[in-house]
Design a binder for this molecule. Structure first.
Ligand SMILES: Nc1ncnc2c1ncn2[C@@H]1O[C@H](COP(=O)(O)OP(=O)(O)OP(=O)(O)O)[C@@H](O)[C@H]1O
Length: 341
């Protein structure tokens, strides 16, 4: 759906040259939710603005829904932009217009006849759960409601791609969740491709299928969210993943717990994808005749499954413990024996 080839954006000021986006190659598939994460100044906003030509590339190609955007100007560019909706961190609503009128605005620009406009706006208000607030002004809405208007407006012209520029960064955690749920709902109902930029790994973990990590204008790592969480390669990615973990689950922090659990091997269990959904530990205890002391760990959920690490101590006779380790591996749980106390 989106192909970026050797894309760069250099801002030239009187004193300086800033390479905000540096030779980026990226492909985003139709119907996926693709997240771009990076710290402030990494070039995320510039990259997302290059997708709809709010910024023009210095070099490189931007192909969206089969169109080479950087060659377009005037009417063809306006038409191509109708395929691309955009949602902003600070909503960018028109304050003197009601909810209805804000959502209607892009349809007026596209010269959609009034009756059709009214029908479409009513559908969109229903979709984002704001039918009751049609006549309210932005100043009368909560942050989450304002963003719902922003999303409805971005969807008005039935785009193929929705760009979200830090769409939840101004919202509290509960409202963030409800907006993320709405984005997933829209993605599933309409097969809409969503590209979002964020500095929060939580957003990536909760709704994205794939992720790219940006640093100094470059994409330094990308892949399926679950893979990147399980095996981050670059230091910056590790920092973002760590941001998620409440505590570092290292052997160092587990060893002190041993004095309370004097016998039996300590095993690090790594749950990958579907495995963590299953009551594996319960089955382990019932079927293998071992007891399991859970020492420490954390399981987190991503859109495509769960991942996480548990440190456990297995207690039982040697053959039961061997049977338990075999059982774990058969059930897609990586089991690494760390100490044989
Ligand atoms: N119009 C501009 N003129 C000059 N420099 C710019 C311009 N826009 C962005 N930059 C610079 O380009 C770099 C990348 O900025 P960008 O806003 O894309 O990063 P970001 O990852 O989105 O960060 P933030 O989340 O803080 O917006 C920064 O060094 C920024 O100062």
């Amino acid at each position: 759906m989106i192909h970026l080839q050797q894309l760069s954006k250099i801002f030239r000021t009187k004193k300086d040259e800033i390479t905000a986006v540096d030779n980026v190659d990226l492909s985003i598939r139709e119907g996926e939710i693709f997240g771009i994460i990076g710290y402030s100044g990494a070039g995320k906003s510039t990259l997302i603005r290059l997708l709809n030509m709010l910024e023009r590339p210095t070099i490189g190609e931007v192909i969206v829904a089969g169109k080479e955007m950087s060659t377009l100007r005037g009417k063809p560019l306006r038409e191509a932009r109708q395929n691309i909706g955009m949602v902003f961190q600070h909503f960018n609503l028109l304050w003197s217009r009601t909810v209805f009128e804000n959502i209607s605005f892009p349809l007026e620009i596209a010269r959609v006849p009034k009756a059709e406009r009214t029908k479409r706006v009513n559908e969109l208000m229903e979709l984002v759960g704001l039918s009751e607030r049609a006549n309210a002004y932005p100043s009368e809405l909560s942050g989450g409601q304002k963003q719902r208007v922003g999303i409805a407006r971005a969807l008005a012209n039935d785009p193929k791609v929705l760009l979200c520029d830090e769409a939840t960064s101004a919202l509290d955690p509960k409202t963030t969740d409800s907006i993320l749920d709405l984005l997933v709902d829209i993605n599933q109902k309409f097969g809409l491709t969503i590209v979002l930029i964020t500095h929060e790994m939580y957003v990536i973990r909760k709704i994205c299928h794939r992720v790219a990590v940006m640093e100094d204008g470059k994409i330094v790592e990308q892949g399926d969210v679950l893979d990147v969480f399980r095996q981050p390669k670059k230091q910056i990615t590790k920092e973002f993943v760590k941001q998620m973990a409440e505590q570092e689950e290292t052997l160092d922090t587990v060893v002190p717990l041993l004095k309370d659990h004097p016998s039996g091997p300590i095993v690090k269990l790594m749950f990958l994808g579907e495995g963590a959904e299953e009551p594996v530990i319960t089955h382990l205890i019932r079927q293998c005749g071992v007891s399991v002391n859970i020492l420490q760990g954390k399981i987190s959920r991503t859109k495509d499954g769960s991942y996480g690490t548990l440190f456990v101590q297995l207690q039982g006779n040697t053959s039961h413990i061997e049977q338990a380790l075999a059982f774990l591996r058969e059930n897609n749980v990586e089991a690494e024996v760390l100490t044989d106390v």
